[in-house]
Design a protein around this ligand. Structure first.
Ligand code: SF4
Ligand code: SF4
Length: 155
């Protein structure tokens, strides 16, 4: 008899504690959002695909086609070709592709780059059924991104 009464009180107490926690969280601001209807930003430490940094001082990347990223990449993601300009100056890439399908986001290429011209993109909604969508031409990508920045500034 005493055991049954104890079980009833224990069960009622656990329900009260559970309801208290539920009501407490009902009054807090939700941490979830209605994505994709509601836009969101990734965490500052999110590691998206690799891309060129666009330096504000020059308005473009600073790749010198040294191939260090290509040589260190364990997944063979890059294909790079470059030349020294006829007028002199730094060697520059004339072909630079990156295959995101192979990339393990290990960041070795970023660490190896002597001009700090590689970074992880903040993009996160890159789902696609077409594998060509994961194949990036970095030189075209930089031009596209510059156009988007110009359009935003001139809006
Ligand atoms: S993050 Fe790693 S796997 Fe991806 S391109 Fe760079 S070195 Fe290669
Ligand atoms: S390591 Fe940096 S500078 Fe060298 S080819 Fe790669 S991106 Fe260009």
């Amino acid at each position: 008899m005493f055991k049954n009464i104890k079980e009833i009180f224990t069960g009622a107490w656990s329900i009260l504690v559970g309801m208290f926690i539920t009501f407490k969280w009902m009054l807090k601001r939700p941490v979830t959002i209605q994505y994709p209807k509601q836009p969101t930003r990734p965490s500052p430490v999110h590691k998206g695909r690799i891309r060129f940094v666009i330096f504000p001082a020059t308005g473009t990347h600073d790749c010198i086609a040294c191939l260090k990223c290509q040589n260190i990449c364990p997944s063979d993601c890059f294909e790079i070709k470059g030349d020294k300009p006829a007028e002199g100056g730094k060697k520059r890439p004339n072909f630079f592709t990156y295959n995101f399908s192979n990339c393990s986001l290990c960041s070795l290429c970023i660490e190896a780059c002597p001009t700090k011209t590689l970074e992880h993109s903040p993009e996160f909604n890159l789902a696609s059924e077409n594998k060509d969508d994961y194949f990036y031409n970095f030189l075209n990508d930089v031009e596209e991104r510059k156009k988007k920045v110009d359009a935003t500034v001139n809006r």
